[in-house]
Design a protein around this ligand. Sequence first.
Ligand code: HEC
Ligand code: HEC
Length: 173
Amino acid sequence: MNIARMATVAGLTLTLGLVGYSFADDDDDHDRRYKRPKRLAVPSDAPLVWKEECAACHMLYVPGLLPAAAWRQQMSTLDEHYGSNATLEPALEQQILDFLVRASAANRLPVEPSPTAGEPPRISQTRWFEHKHDEVSEAKFRREAVGGRANCVACHRDAERGDFDDDRVKIPR
Ligand code: HEC
Ligand code: HEC
């Protein structure tokens, strides 16, 4: 075996070794840095105004899906809400904000800005989301029956109640 070939073999072994390592370790390592929200269930005292107003244009996103600081950014930019105006009376906005902040308490994820400049943070564009869906192809999220990665409820039937158990997930055709 000549030197060049030996170097290639050694390089290959090293690469495979690294891949094996990161694969086996990924979950632990990730969860240590990005604690997954533990309490996703919606508190029984959730205000009606939240259920009605925040599900008027899309599914209802349960508070545990974002950290408190991200909800503050959401609620302080409702006039420019992903290209829509979602403003409400100040008293109602305050009531929703108080609820979201309180109910998001178990979420210790860092706030990650949306990759699209000028937008509030997204749930569907975070490392946590990528990590949970690393087996789901982009083509599946784009299916018409799915309607994009932000439409959790297409695949997680009880998403609006905070249930994302992967035993019950079903991707529509
Ligand atoms: C007038 C329509 C409208 C209303 C009302 C509205 N939204 Fe939205 N919201 C949107 C649009 C449009 C998007 C972007 C959807 C997309 O890109 O798929 C969005 C996206 C979001 C996202 C990010 C989803 C993701 O990609 O992770 C969150 C969180 C959110 N809204 C929360 C709220 C909350 C909280 C309320 C209530 C205060 C609310 N929305 C009310 C139109 C609305
Ligand atoms: C195209 C369908 C689809 C959409 C849309 C989708 N998911 Fe998922 N999700 C899945 C699949 C499939 C899994 C299981 C992945 C696996 O086990 O590898 C999963 C897994 C998860 C898990 C981990 C569940 C567990 O038991 O460990 C969470 C949490 C989750 N999704 C949250 C969300 C949220 C929040 C949204 C919306 C912002 C969303 N998903 C949108 C298909 C989807």
